[in-house]
Design a protein around this ligand. Structure first.
Ligand code: BDR
Ligand code: CA
Length: 310
């Protein structure tokens, strides 16, 4: 089977960590590189977390840092959910690996110069991807699609209208959604249904390996923080939706529609305005996830964890 080449672009982040873990064990995916941006925490912290994950999972992929600040707006983080480190809850051992010498945009460019039909998988703010498309638009020819976690047809999770990844850098999201590339948006409408409920914790705890251990410890903290902020048990496991959509095309149902990012700076700043019923007859620029098979979602997570031998 020919593997789908992917580049991850993330801000770990508890759910980013699970996405990386599932991507690394996916039989149909090949990770060419991992780019990091600020988001859930500062760039220094999300970068450190990425290196820790790569070392722990024994992955042989370059990890490159982005610029660390959004295109225009002031930076924001999400310590309430992901903690002081951005990945509270796992005792990683001493870090021995280092960042790639190129920054995220340069690494993306060199990987796209050497590879065709690459899928970009952003699970954080879209700054790195937007910077790439602005600086090196010619790389688009080798991008097959962008499969991202972000946005919402409905309400937001950091403002009434906006989802965190998009609100962190609405101007970057605007560049990505207007790039003419094939964009798949997995937003809160579907990820809010993939809740790490106690029954999920119990099920994954039956797997005894390093991946299941990482899952158990990270999801414990993720759930506790989610309960404090949103008042419900079972945190939505957002970011792995991207990888699961590539692992099993039957888990999500997509509809192509017009999506406009609100960059006006008002109360809906960062909203993904999704014209699901085509009121405005504007070009359909994104495939938006409108449904999820929750049972299959957890089956894919379980299979992904089980693929780790030790
Ligand atoms: C997104 O925001 C971050 O906190 C998560 O990692 C996820 O990418 C959900 O809104
Ligand atoms: Ca994330």
């Amino acid at each position: 089977m020919e593997k789908q080449k992917i580049i991850l672009d993330c801000d770990p982040g508890h759910d980013d960590a699970i996405a990386i873990m599932l991507a690394a064990s996916a039989p149909n995916l090949e990770i060419l590189g991992i780019c990091v941006e600020a988001g859930n925490q500062t760039l220094e912290k999300t970068g450190n977390n990425t290196l820790n994950l790569v070392q722990y999972l024994e992955l042989n992929v370059p990890v490159a840092l982005g610029s660390g600040k959004p295109l225009k707006r002031t930076p924001m983080t999400c310590a309430e959910i992901h903690g002081e480190t951005g990945l509270d809850g796992f005792p990683f051992s001493l870090l021995k690996i280092k960042y790639h010498q190129q920054n995220a945009v340069e690494l993306l460019k060199s990987l796209l110069d050497k590879n065709k039909d690459v899928t970009l998988v952003p699970t954080g703010p879209l700054t790195n991807i937007a910077e790439l498309l602005i600086k090196y638009p010619e790389t688009k020819k080798n991008i097959k699609s962008i499969v991202l976690m972000g946005g919402s047809i409905g309400y937001g999770n950091v403002s009434p209208a906006a989802e965190f990844n998009i609100l962190c850098d609405p101007e970057a999201a605007d560049v990505v959604f207007n790039s003419g590339l094939e964009v798949y948006m997995l937003g809160l409408d579907v990820t809010r249904k993939a809740l790490v409920l106690p029954k999920v914790m119990k099920r994954m705890a039956k797997i005894h390996n390093k991946a299941a251990d990482l899952f158990a410890r990270l999801m414990k903290v993720f759930n506790e923080n989610q309960l404090k902020i949103f008042g419900h048990s079972g945190a939505p496991l957002h970011d792995p939706a991207t990888i699961i959509s590539l692992l099993n095309p039957n888990v999500f149902k997509f509809q192509k529609m017009n999506v406009v990012i609100d960059t006006t700076g008002g109360p809906s700043y960062g909203r993904t305005n999704c014209d699901r019923f085509d009121y405005l007859h504007q070009p359909h620029n994104a495939y938006v996830a409108i449904d999820i098979d929750v049972k299959e979602y957890w089956n894919e997570v379980e299979k992904g964890l089980k693929r780790y031998s030790k």
